[in-house]
Design a protein around this ligand. Structure first.
Ligand SMILES: [Zn+2]
Length: 305
């Protein structure tokens, strides 16, 4: 009995500790970012590996990505409520990946408008069973608690919509297939800060789950604009957007060119995954595992080009 009490106490203690540990940084006045850990999905994934955050206007609040579990979403909500009681009018998902969307459910009672790419609802549906399995396998989440909340307002490809938080406009833009087929970016117009979602990786090796040529093309388009700050989907927000965009673009171009050459020279997929771009490994975290995945994903598609 005593041991049980001790156990419950410890559990409570550590869950309270965890609640307090969602590190939040105010990167611009009224704009807050929590940076997830650089962990691979196969290595101790706990749902907290990407950047999530919120922007507070004069009248309302927008949340951008919500983390990989409802608990992370709840922690984010409590961090918001520590700072403001304004209504949460928008919850925006930058794309479908599980680490970015499974905290949405924590915001349902706030009755926000959920915003995402026009392809997001279908992408969520297609991945539902697979993501429920991953959430169960890696975190023991009962599939009943892997709740997807699809967007109630969608943005069409190449369309830009404005969300008004009261004296603070956000411009949400949807792209053709790039990192995924459902990427959006969010520009905070006042501070000229771009939330790039996974169209930008900083430090961590980029991942491709869409179209490599489309990804490069979208990066070319995005980097034309000058931003005072960019918040990537993963990694530290950067005041040198040009450098950050050039770095990811350079990786993707090298990857595409190396795969093209390998296919032309009859280098098989297995050998390609073992050898291509190994000289890039010192430039990125979690490189070996993610670079292999990227080659495995892109090579078969390019074989048919
Ligand atoms: Zn992603």
């Amino acid at each position: 009995m005593k041991i049980n009490f001790l156990f419950i106490f410890l559990q409570l203690f550590f869950s309270v500790e965890l609640m307090a540990q969602l590190n939040i940084v105010e990167v611009r006045p009224g704009m807050f970012v929590h940076q997830g850990e650089h962990l691979d999905i196969d290595e101790g994934y706990h749902g907290d590996i990407c950047n999530i955050g919120f922007i507070i206007g004069n009248e309302s609040i927008a949340v951008i990505d919500t983390g990989g579990t409802i608990e992370i979403g709840e922690e984010l909500l409590s961090e918001i409520r520590n700072r403001s009681n304004l209504p949460i009018r928008y919850v925006i998902n930058t794309h479908v990946h599980l680490d970015h969307i499974y905290g949405n459910a924590a915001f349902i009672n706030e009755t926000p408008i959920f915003v995402g790419h026009e392809n997001l609802p279908k992408a969520m549906q297609l991945r539902k069973a697979f993501y429920e399995k991953l959430n169960f396998d890696f975190m023991g989440v009962d599939p009943k608690h892997s709740v997807q909340v699809p967007p109630t307002k969608t943005v069409k490809i190449n369309e830009e919509i404005f969300l008004d938080l009261g004296g603070r406009l956000l411009k949400v833009k949807a792209y053709p297939e790039a990192h995924t087929n459902n990427d959006v970016t969010i520009l905070d117009v006042n501070s000229n800060t771009l939330w790039a979602g996974d169209l930008l990786f900083i430090e961590r090796t980029p991942s491709i789950d869409g179209d490599i040529n489309g990804f490069i093309k979208v990066l070319d388009e995005i980097k034309e604009d000058q931003y005072s700050l960019v918040v990537p989907g993963h990694g530290t927000p950067s005041k040198d957007p040009h450098l950050a965009f050039e770095k990811i673009k350079s990786y993707l171009e090298k990857l595409r060119d190396a795969i093209r050459l390998a296919i032309d020279n009859g280098v098989g997929l297995h050998e390609a995954t073992e050898t291509l771009l190994s000289d890039e490994s010192s430039n990125w975290l979690l490189f070996d595992v993610q670079n292999k995945r990227n080659i495995n994903y892109v090579y078969p598609k390019m074989e048919w080009e």
